[in-house]
Design a protein around this ligand. Structure first.
Ligand SMILES: [Zn+2]
Length: 461
């Protein structure tokens, strides 16, 4: 039994069902779960550890719903800087084909360090390329040393160039091997219980890199083991042309024929979706990982997030892989999502009167996507808000800083409107990952040096 008392936070934004925002408040935590949320005067006075957070704003830990950790090794690669998705991928595949187990380990820790500093406590990752004996285990083991909750996706590519796919043949795998590995990983690591640190997700990469058979087989395996399914979908116009040409239909109807319209499925991007397809997402309960920065970086388009929310679709935020963002900053991503939604609303409302124009996404709505929204997308009922019985996952930011000077009329909105900052505290299951602005589990200078060495080697060959 261990207890942690957090008190005197200037503001606790609970994101509970009433969206309570409490001043001079805190949390009482026992064995990794929240026992009480309330004003400082109502909380117990004794605990194994007491943290006074005067002058800080405290929120539920942010939930990242889409990433490719290994891409932190290929940020800002010159030849891929100004390309759209298909050109970007064909430039990077040969570099990624040199990845080793050590590279997966290092890049996982780099991505998780950045995420932790940005207030993230739970993250999905999508690893879909396994050259040179690399395994998803490399990522899972590296993540355990950092201490963020991980939804590790066993990604896959099985249709290479010679079969009409986009990736070179050298980076695709045999489908039998993919399914065997998927089964092994679920049995070895998947934890369905509340408070789980590791869950396994099955995630063929995209419509243009796997077969219909693999999509169907993956779905039946996921259903058998009750794990979630994930893939990239409707990211670009090129993808839409590909599915029209190869399967005679748009991406979403194609998914329906494969048994992939289910509530345990979430899709990354979903930029090019029409109203009918949005309604299909809502009807079947599919989630969407909205990756605003990546969609802008690769000029993919603007995902109609407000329309999805109005229709009742589950929407979370994703930083996406670091070769198309090129940052793992969840607060930064929350800001981008708010700004891009506003631009979309402005463009849609351009011809309408002021009364008819759609309302602008607020900072609180954007933070809701990053907390409750992400939890719903990942199928987690134990995270996403600060309430008794939920995981003790939170982050806190000191308000006395240059970036927030002049914004303290609304400290919660400052987190989204002002320049993205680093969290001073990030706590997962009652354990400190960031404390007093320091990352506890890792030696950062050593990690950065190893990471840069690995990145140089990948690019040099
Ligand atoms: Zn992606």
């Amino acid at each position: 039994m261990s207890t942690l008392l957090v008190r005197h936070a200037a503001l606790v934004a609970t994101f509970d069902d009433q969206r309570r925002e409490l001043t001079d408040a805190g949390l009482f935590i026992r064995d990794g779960f929240i026992e009480q949320v309330g004003s400082s005067g109502q909380l117990p006075t004794k605990a194994d550890e007491i943290l006074d957070l005067g002058g800080h704003v405290l929120l539920p830990g942010l939930v990242n719903t889409h990433h490719h950790f290994y891409q932190t090794l290929t940020r800002a690669v010159p030849a891929a800087q100004d390309a759209n998705l298909f050109k970007w991928l064909t430039t990077l595949y040969p570099i990624w084909a040199r990845l080793t187990s050590e590279d997966i380990h290092i890049s996982t820790q780099t991505a998780l360090a950045e995420l932790a500093f940005s207030g993230c406590t739970t993250t999905a990752d999508h690893l879909y390329i396994y050259p040179n004996g690399t395994r998803l285990d490399d990522e899972i083991e590296a993540a355990a040393e950092v201490g963020l909750r991980l939804h590790a996706s066993r990604g896959s590519m099985s249709v290479g160039e010679s079969q009409g796919g986009l990736p070179p043949d050298s980076v695709v795998e045999a489908e039998e091997q993919i399914l065997l590995e998927s089964r092994r990983l679920i049995e070895a690591y998947h934890d369905p219980k509340p408070g789980a640190m590791t869950q396994i997700v099955l995630a063929p990469c995209s419509p243009f890199s796997v077969s219909q058979d693999l999509m169907r087989e993956t779905a039946s395996l996921a259903i058998q083991y009750k794990v979630q399914m994930h893939t990239h979908l409707a990211e670009t116009k090129d993808e839409e042309s590909y599915t029209q040409e190869h399967f005679g239909m748009r991406p979403i109807p194609w998914m329906e024929t494969l048994g992939w319209m289910r509530e345990d499925v979430w899709y990354a991007h979903s930029v090019h979706v029409n109203n009918e397809e949005i309604n299909q997402f809502a009807k079947f309960g599919c989630g969407v990982a909205h990756c605003a920065s990546s969609n802008m970086r690769l000029a993919s388009g603007i995902a109609p997030i407000q329309k999805m929310l109005t229709a009742g679709v589950k929407v979370g935020l994703g930083v996406d892989g670091s070769a198309s963002n090129d940052s793992s900053h969840m607060l930064g991503e929350t800001r981008q999502a708010m700004l891009l939604a506003r631009l979309d609303e402005g463009l849609r409302g351009a011809s309408l009167s002021a009364e008819e124009a759609p309302a602008l996404m607020s900072a609180r709505q954007a933070l809701e996507l990053a907390t409750r929204g992400g939890a719903a997308v990942l199928g987690r009922k134990d995270i996403g808000s600060l309430e008794a019985g939920k995981c003790a996952d939170f982050f806190a930011v000191d308000l006395e800083r240059l970036e927030y000077a002049g914004a303290l009329h609304d400290p919660l909105a400052a987190l989204v409107f002002c320049a993205p900052v680093r969290a001073d505290y990030t706590v997962v299951g009652g354990r400190f990952v960031v404390k007093e602005a320091e990352l506890l589990p890792l030696e950062l200078p050593t990690l950065v040096e190893k990471h840069n060495r690995a990145a140089r080697r990948l690019l040099a060959q």
